[in-house]
Design a binder for this molecule. Structure first.
Ligand code: UGA
Length: 431
């Protein structure tokens, strides 16, 4: 099939590359001509395990093309995926849809034959109706269907999530685009019953409800972890014991520094503003957002307690700044609030991230280090913020080379009892 992805960001590039891997002819297009030029020169602008190989292979075979001529890309394709950003409007907390609508206007001008217009951007319910309205001129009659096909890709696991999905959700009440989409996804759904066709509005809401539910699960276990810390119970046992119940499931029950990234914070807020618009009280989602934003304060209080309120001039080694492992993304990472808060309390902060991510904190007391070793030498406190594999088996005594240092593990990577029997001052979440 001839496909065009408009927007070559995370979703557009990963999905486009995977569709070409499945044998389709794909054009990834973007108004950012620099990005397109880089891609045409073999440079993949995002860090995602496995993506570069797929891009290179299919680009060389001519199945994957990159173009900044969006109009021509639309004309040449039968299925158009809208994959542009929907950032949160800081004043209203609503998803900003200007990029989605401007793509819709561009498609309107270039409908040279019947096309399926697939919205993959995360958009509030009824956005599909509005896209349809933009396209609906007398000239364009019967030349298109607007459908919703939300993405469920996790950063760092996106290729696997795309090729082995839990489900493919397609929102349309019309047979013609539904058949086309089923055919497109056939190679990855044929052995399972994972294709779910529903209405366009339902598909739009499934995306937000799923992210909000996962954010709720995380906040729930984080609050249970707070309780565990008071009564000497290990939250890992609680997650394991709960997760064995198939109705609950063990995934997304890892307590930690709070959820971050470009999706959960944005989508929970956008869902609330949709609810407000339709005069519905989503009190649980509201509480989850508050609980997650309060987490920073709780963690700082715990650090103060661990350090007996003596942070001034102490060397703190901060391991990992991205919002989770397997990505170079720092958006809404808890590190971005924790690091400045610690420095405000007088600490000297040395941080390291396996991606080499150097975030400009603009403070002389925050130093970027190029290895765990450099960050940890002579440390008073090591904070493990991200669950990168290379932080999972550290020889702390050798790394620090100084007595009485402390470790605060925000990802519960180490066995509490082993660390204690090794006589390390080890603290972690939920115990
Ligand atoms: C999330 C969803 O998992 C995807 O299904 C969805 O497609 C994507 O958002 C999106 O809307 O585009 P992502 O933001 O890449 O994916 O990352 P997750 O793996 O879901 O993690 C989100 C945050 O929750 C991270 O900060 C992570 O550290 C935290 N988390 C996750 C926990 O604290 N505990 C857990 O048990 C799981």
């Amino acid at each position: 099939m001839k496909i065009c992805m408009i927007g070559t960001g995370y979703v557009g590039l990963v999905s486009g590359a995977c569709f070409s891997e499945l044998g389709n002819d794909v054009i990834c297009s973007d108004i950012d001509s620099d990005k397109i030029e880089k891609l045409n020169n073999g440079k993949v602008p995002i860090y995602e395990p496995g993506l570069e190989e797929i891009v290179k292979r299919n680009f060389t075979q001519g199945k994957l093309k990159f173009s900044s001529d969006i109009s021509l890309s639309i004309k040449k394709s039968d299925i158009i995926f809208i994959c542009v950003g929907t950032p949160t409007n800081k004043k209203t907390n609503q998803a900003n849809l200007k990029y989605v609508y401007s793509v819709a206007k561009r498609i309107k001008k270039n409908l040279n034959k019947y096309k399926v217009i697939v919205n993959k951007s995360t958009v509030p319910v009824t956005t599909g109706d509005k896209i349809e309205k933009i396209l609906n001129t007398r000239k364009n009659k019967n030349k298109f269907d607007v459908i919703s096909n939300p993405e469920f890709l996790r950063e760092g696991e996106a290729i696997r999530d795309f090729l082995y999905p839990d489900r493919v959700v397609v929102g349309t009440n019309s047979n013609r685009p539904n058949k086309i989409m089923k055919n497109l996804y056939l190679p990855i759904i044929k052995k399972s019953n994972r294709y779910f066709n529903t209405s366009r509005r339902a598909a739009e809401l499934i995306k937000y409800a799923s992210n909000a539910f996962l954010a709720t699960k995380i906040s729930f276990i984080n609050e249970i972890a707070n309780l565990c810390e008071k009564i000497n119970i290990d939250v890992k046992d609680i997650s394991a014991g709960m997760g064995l119940d198939e109705r609950i499931g063990g995934r997304f029950l890892r307590a930690g520094p709070g959820y971050g990234g470009s999706c959960f914070p944005k989508d929970t807020k956008a869902l609330l503003s949709t609810a407000r618009k339709f005069k519905t009280n989503l009190s649980i989602v509201k509480t989850v957002i508050k609980s997650n934003s309060d987490r920073n304060k709780l963690i700082i209080n715990r650090i103060n307690k661990i350090m007996k309120n003596k942070l001034k001039n102490k060397k703190i080694s901060f391991l990992g700044v991205t919002f989770k492992a397997g990505t170079d993304d720092v958006r809404e990472s808890p590190a971005l609030t924790l690091i400045p808060s610690l420095v405000k309390r007088g600490a000297n902060l040395h941080y390291y991230d396996p991606t080499g991510k150097k975030k400009e904190f603009k403070n002389k007391k925050i130093k970027f280090c190029s290895s765990t070793k450099e960050a940890c030498i002579n440390s008073d406190l090591i904070i493990i913020h991200t669950e990168w594999n290379e932080f999972k088996q550290l020889n702390f005594k050798k790394l620090v080379n100084k007595p009485n240092f402390k470790i605060f593990d925000l990802r519960n990577l180490y066995s509490f009892s082993k660390m204690k029997s090794n006589k390390l001052n080890y603290f972690r979440i939920g115990i």
